[in-house]
Design a protein around this ligand. Sequence first.
Ligand SMILES: [Fe+2]
Length: 397
Amino acid sequence: MKTIPITKLVPGMFVQSVTKQTGSIKIKNQGWVKTQAGINNLIKAGILEVEIDPDKTLIDSVPEKDPIATPTTKIKRDPWQKINSAEQEMGKAKKLYDEAKTLQIKAFKDIKAGRDIDIAPFRELASGFMDSVFRNQDALACLTQMRQKDAYLLEHSINVSILMGIFAKHLNIEKDTIVELTTGALLHDIGKIKIPDEVLNKPGRFTDDEFKIMKMHSLFSKEILEDSGLTGIAVDIAGMHHERLDGKGYPFGKKGDEISQYVRMASMVDVYDALTAERVYKAGMEPIKAFKILKDGCPDSFDPVLLNKFIQCIGIHPVGTLVRLSSQRVGLVTKSNPGAPLKPVVKTFYSAKHSRYTEVKDIDLSNKKTVDTLESAVKPKEYNIDLERFYKNSILS
Ligand SMILES: [Fe+2]
């Protein structure tokens, strides 16, 4: 436990208790500080000092040593490359996303027909994802949030690939390696096509036998990729994304140093996307809750240094998240702000106070003139908001 002045409290920290105050507030529930607005309320209530649990803190304030990047792996941006705004990039990003779906469907068909997969278009797509992420990552990031409940298998691999690209860029990993990482992520679950539908799509818990069958998918993925001529990082990701650092993962039970940094990244991103995904039988989890589950899995399952970097990279409210502001305006996060994760740009289009749609307005929470603050992430269902409708009407493009 560590005692800190309230001025040092930041969102993502876990508050255990109040240690000094001018009033007589009792924190009933210990928990994570989610927003700056929450901290401001504590300050207003006269809280001067709090006790935090550093082990539970989601974002460490001291940057740790970069586990992968070295000065020689820094990416040099192509001089001709134009950096787009998210709006400009959205059209290209949507096209890539659709291409990814078409490619996945074709690969499923190929495997079912006993053919190998043609890897070249996947590499090209992975390279396209990477270029889009470098032009403006917010466009593809936004698409990872627009999920269709019944397209999980298809969208999960695409989303893991995009998130891996964004994460790898954040870690300054060199471009050739990013293409390998995103290709591996695109195909990491391809072996699921060999799992019987009744097991694959079972909504409840697996029986022991079903779980044994399900666990085979990463082995199948590895075999399919090897048969299709892939080697190296991409095959490692496909075969080992369910391995865990303590050796309790599958299919090989590898542990510690036997699991590369790239596979560690993929295993984390895979779980993050699975938890936050909207499914037919469950609502998607808020990113902050998914981060907590991953944090609880450190260091037994996941690498704490990498997780910390992943949280910094994705942010507590990623692009595409529906949020409510203190003015009770509701909108989508459309631009991340890595320096101040709680002050993104939000496109508002709904009033929670009046329960009606409003004029679309961009609010930059980092602008000094903006008085609005981010209150919390909300579910579209809370306000009966049809996100898909706004998406189709190109609110973001
Ligand atoms: Fe998997």
